[in-house]
Design a protein around this ligand. Structure first.
Ligand code: NAD
Ligand code: UFG
Length: 337
């Protein structure tokens, strides 16, 4: 049985991927410093899979700990989720982001190479494209991220590409996620950010629970059918499967690959609200307000490469994304969290 090191495995996308890996027959070792997650997620993973991953609480920048993990376990590949992801904070505290996301990835990569681990899957983002002039993003389009967070993702992609060239044994997949939403169908794991959410679906979830009063819909004058922003929302379980398929792909193929993970079908903010209201029976009061700085009107994935090379295609649509988000939040509400 192969063992995969999952950095950031206690986080939102990481925890769903740990479930997909364990369901797919992998052993999992998690390294997470819990700066944006809670240990309780391990109990939830245990309930879902009847199997608990090995857990190390610590930082990807801790070389000694990394070398201990590689000595203790026969790791065949690494999926690297650990990173900071708040766009606004990345602008006000750039060094924190370059240190955590870029320097952290370099330390991890150095230790991986020392340990002769040859497989690396990296969490990148559609934000690396910036504003390419077309709203359907394809992997070979120019990249020009417009914020520090996006630049950290692009820098790590480039570092990995250069390292794969210099180390012919190293196999790398950079996965560019679009807008991950939803939760595991058990409702046991999902996205529950610390503090007021920046992102649409956790904000809607907290309104449904009565924690927040109303949603601000940022911009109603975009050149889109209903005037609100269009995004390629992707169910987190589909995203998780994409990582398992990326590992399968790397087993057969050397070199480095960059792949979009999105459904290819965008939805507007008002469509997300209406679908959430329909599946939850909860009213989501909202106000149409000014555009949010840095937001684009519309973007979505060309997901052809993911289908062609990974055999991956998103299965879950907007209703399922909203149903699973609501199941997760209603269970949180029942626990009084
Ligand atoms: P998350 O914050 O829920 O998970 C990240 C995890 O990494 C957290 O558990 C955190 O405690 C851990 N972590 C952060 N820095 C660490 C460090 N230095 N050492 C050890 N652990 C550390 O975020 P997520 O939404 O699950 O995102 C996972 C990855 O996917 C991130 O790299 C993020 O940038 C990327 N991504 C996320 C989105 C999104 O919208 N959620 C979109 C594109 C890309
Ligand atoms: N929105 C609102 N009100 C809110 C929050 C969001 O109207 O309170 C709107 C936004 O304007 C946008 C849509 O909902 O039109 C989605 O916004 P999110 O904040 O959920 O997501 P973004 O598209 O801004 O960004 C996400 C991730 C980033 C990542 C980017 C990649 O949060 O980490 O996708 O494309 F970089």
């Amino acid at each position: 049985m192969k063992t995969i090191l999952v950095t950031g495995g206690a986080g939102y996308i990481g925890s769903h991927t740990v479930v997909a890996l364990q369901d797919g027959g992998y052993q999992v070792v998690i390294l997470d410093n819990l700066c944006n997650s809670k240990l309780v997620v391990l109990n939830s993973i245990q309930k879902i899979c009847s199997k608990t991953p090995v857990f190390y609480q610590g930082d990807i920048r801790d070389r000694t700990l990394l070398s201990k993990i590689f000595n203790n376990h026969s790791i065949s590949g690494v999926i690297h989720f650990a990173g900071l992801k708040a766009v606004g904070e990345s602008q006000s505290q750039p060094l924190k982001y370059y240190d955590n996301n870029v320097a952290g990835s370099i330390t991890l990569l150095e230790e991986i190479l020392k340990a002769k681990v040859d497989t690396f899957v990296f969490s990148s983002s559609a934000t690396v494209y910036g504003e390419p002039g077309a709203s359907q993003y394809q992997e070979d389009m120019p990249t020009a991220p417009i914020n520090v967070y996006g630049r950290t993702k692009l820098m790590v992609e480039e570092i990995l590409g250069d390292s794969a060239k210099a180390n012919p044994g190293l196999k790398v997949a950079c996965l560019r996620y679009f807008n991950p939403v939803g939760a595991h169908s058990s409702g046991l794991i999902g996205e529950n950010p610390v503090g007021t959410p920046n992102n649409l679906m956790p904000y809607i979830g907290q309104i449904a629970l009565g924690i927040l009063p109303r949603l601000k819909v940022f911009g109603s004058d975009y050149p889109t059918p209903d005037g609100t922003g269009l995004r390629d929302y992707i169910h987190v379980d589909d995203l998780a499967i994409g990582h398992v398929l990326a590992l399968d792909y790397l087993e057969r193929n050397p070199g480095a690959i960059t792949v979009n993970l999105g459904t290819g079908k965008p939805y507007s903010v008002l469509e997300m609200i209406a679908t959430f209201e329909k599946v939850s029976g909860k009213k989501i009061p909202y106000d149409l307000v000014e555009r949010r700085s840095g937001d684009l009107a519309e973007y979505y994935a060309n997901s052809g490469l993911a289908k062609a090379v990974l055999g991956w295609q998103a299965k879950h649509g907007i209703e399922r994304m909203c149903e699973d988000t609501w199941r997760f939040y209603s269970q949180l509400g029942a626990q009084g969290s």
